[in-house]
Design a protein around this ligand. Sequence first.
Ligand code: SF4
Length: 323
Amino acid sequence: MKGVGRAGDTLFLHGGQYLKHLYGNVKRLSVIKPFDPWKSDLCTCRLKYSLHPYTGCSHFCLYCYATSYIGRKPSSPKKDFLNRLRRDLNYINRELVVEISSSSDPYPPLEEWVMLTRQTLRVLADSKIKVLITTKSNIVVRDYDLLLRTPSSIMITITTLNEELARKLEPGAPPPHKRLEAIEYLSSKGLPVGVRIDPIIPGLNDNPLEIEKLIDEISVRGAKHIVTSTYKVRFDNYKRMIKAFPKKKMLWKKLYFERGERLHGYIYLPRSIREKLLEPIIKYGLKKGLSVATCREGLGARYFKAPSCDGQHLIVEHPIFNP
Ligand code: SF4
């Protein structure tokens, strides 16, 4: 059966699974939402909730997919967020992981003083809710004490070690070396950490030797898992990309608009090129002893060598389960 219910429905199709009531009393939820992979049945995530303390995102990544759904604006804290969160905890299925956050970063620069994500983690830790953090920011290290109190794993995105390229691609996010330090720090505290090498963009960050260096760095600092995917074109992110990298316009036009394929509202690279770009990451990641998966690529088991894509499986390695 195909077709997807809205996230607020009690019937929900996700990654090919037909679900009924597994998300708890969805109609009562205000800020914790069933994870909706933008209606893509290429999504291989296990069931989970998503939670966004902030709307918008001050990292302003050029390739961001969320902007075509919610616009491009700086992070701002959601109103009455903590009270709504506390209420929601009465209605969720506590077996499921809560991801913070799937389509806005929970650690934008203002989190340093607003501390809304920190307060969110305190509420979740008091209830021992399973948490998956997804971020590009080293501010997350501040919260290691709360992350140690609740079953959790942390995924940190690093698209390149090239600081100049990262500054251009992710102008509001901390530089790659800070993110590497965060991996090392959290790992040294016993917390399970993985890395999103995501997205791989042809002609920008797809050099296999550079990617090997990145995998060497993250593995030596304690990362246990990689998830990766190729850049997918949406018209708004493409406009930003060609404005910032005009010399790549011809290459991308050919790869995406002449040879690419349309899937779920995105323009993908042709399958053969996606395989060529992702295969070295899978192989080298496995060689270094990490689990490796791809995200929304639909490339099959050869490109999925992990119990989960998004890093949820790392939670069993949390010190709470391994005293
Ligand atoms: S950190 Fe994520 S949500 Fe924020 S701008 Fe970058 S890609 Fe978009």
